[in-house]
Design a protein around this ligand. Structure first.
Ligand code: 5GP
Length: 239
C-alpha cells in the first residue's frame, strides 16, 4: 500500500509532521529554515531541509545497524521521511564529550576540554519556559517519566554516543556534543526520535578544529549549506 500524507499535526521550527494513511506512521518533512535563540532568530535557507534529511536518514540507519531502536522507517522524498508514531517524552537529553556551548559559558572551563566519562544533562521541553535544565529528582517528582525510563534513556544515549563517535571518527569529524529526544512506540519500545543532524549536534573537523554544525549560523561565522554539504559528502564516502 502506498502511503499518503494527510493532515498537518505539528509545525515545528525545522520540521512539519503530518498524519498518514497508516495510523502508526508519520510523514516528517524537513524545512528550509534555520532558527536560533529558541526561535527568536529565523531565516529561510534554500537546500537546508534536503541536507538535514540526508544526514539524519544516514545516521538513523547507522543506529539501526547497531540495533539501537529509532523511529525512522524509510525516506519518502528529498525532504521527507516516514517515521513510526511515538508518544514523545517532553525531555531533551544532551550528551557532551567535550566542553562547548552552554557548558563553557556555565562553568568557564576551556573550550574542547575532554569530558570523561561523557556528561548527560536533561532539559524539560517547554518553549514558554525556554527548555530549562531539569534533574532526575525533578523529573520523578513532577512525574514527567519514571525511573526505569530514565535509566533506559541513559543507556540508549551512551550507546548512541559510542556508535556515532566512532562513525564520525572514520570521516575525520569529532562528535563534541548532541541532543536526543525519545518516544514510546505503541508496542512499548523506547526509541530515539526527532532528528540527527548538525542542527542538534556539534561537530568539528578533527584536523582543523573548524565548526561543522549549526554554530556557524548561531554565531554567523560561515555558510550553513556549504558546511552541511561537507558533512553529507563525508558521510556518503562510507556508505
Ligand atoms: P548547549 O546546551 O551547549 O547549547 O547544546 C548542547 C548540544 O545540544 C548542541 O549540540 C546543541 O545543538 C544541542 N541542543 C541543545 N538544545 C537544543 C535545542 O533546543 N534544539 C536543538 N536543535 N539542539 C539543541
Amino acid at each position: 500500500m502506498t502511503i499518503q500524507k494527510l493532515d498537518l499535526l505539528y509545525q515545528g521550527k525545522a520540521k512539519a509532521v503530518y498524519a498518514t494513511t497508516d495510523p502508526e506512521q508519520l510523514w516528517i518533512s524537513y524545512k528550509d529554515q534555520a532558527t536560533a535563540l529558541n526561535g527568536k532568530r529565523k531565516e529561510a535557507i534554500d537546500g537546508k531541509g534536503a541536507l538535514n534529511l540526508h544526514i539524519s536518514q544516514r545516521l538513523f540507519q547507522v543506529l539501526a545497524e547497531a540495533a539501537i531502536p529509532t523511529h525512522y522507517v524509510r525516506t519518502l522524498d528529498a525532504t521527507s521521511m516516514l517515521c513510526q508514531r511515538a508518544a514523545m517524552l517532553p525531555l531533551e537529553v544532551v550528551v557532551r564529550n567535550f566542553a562547548s556551548g552552554h557548558f563553557v559559558s556555565k562553568f568557564h572551563v576551556a573550550p574542547m576540554q575532554a569530558l570523561e566519562p561523557a556528561i548527560h544533562e536533561l532539559y524539560y521541553k517547554d518553549d514558554a519556559l525556554d527548555d530549562p535544565f531539569i534533574n532526575d529528582d525533578q523529573v520523578l517528582t513532577l512525574k514527567i517519566t519514571d525511573a526505569r525510563t530514565l535509566t533506559h534513556m541513559r543507556q540508549l544515549s551512551d550507546r548512541v554516543n559510542a556508535v556515532l563517535r566512532a562513525y564520525f571518527e572514520n570521516i575525520a569529524i569529532t562528535l563534541v556534543d548532541f541532543k536526543l529526544e525519545f518516544g514510546y512506540l505503541s508496542d512499548g519500545t523506547l526509541v530515539v526520535a526527532d532528528e540527527l543532524s548538525p542542527d542538534n549536534m556539534r561537530l568539528v573537523d578533527a584536523a582543523t578544529g573548524d565548526s561543522l554544525d549549526k554554530d556557524v549560523f548561531r554565531q554567523e561565522t560561515g555558510d550553513l549549506v556549504a558546511i552541511y554539504r561537507e558533512v553529507a559528502k563525508r558521510l556518503d564516502q562510507i556508505v
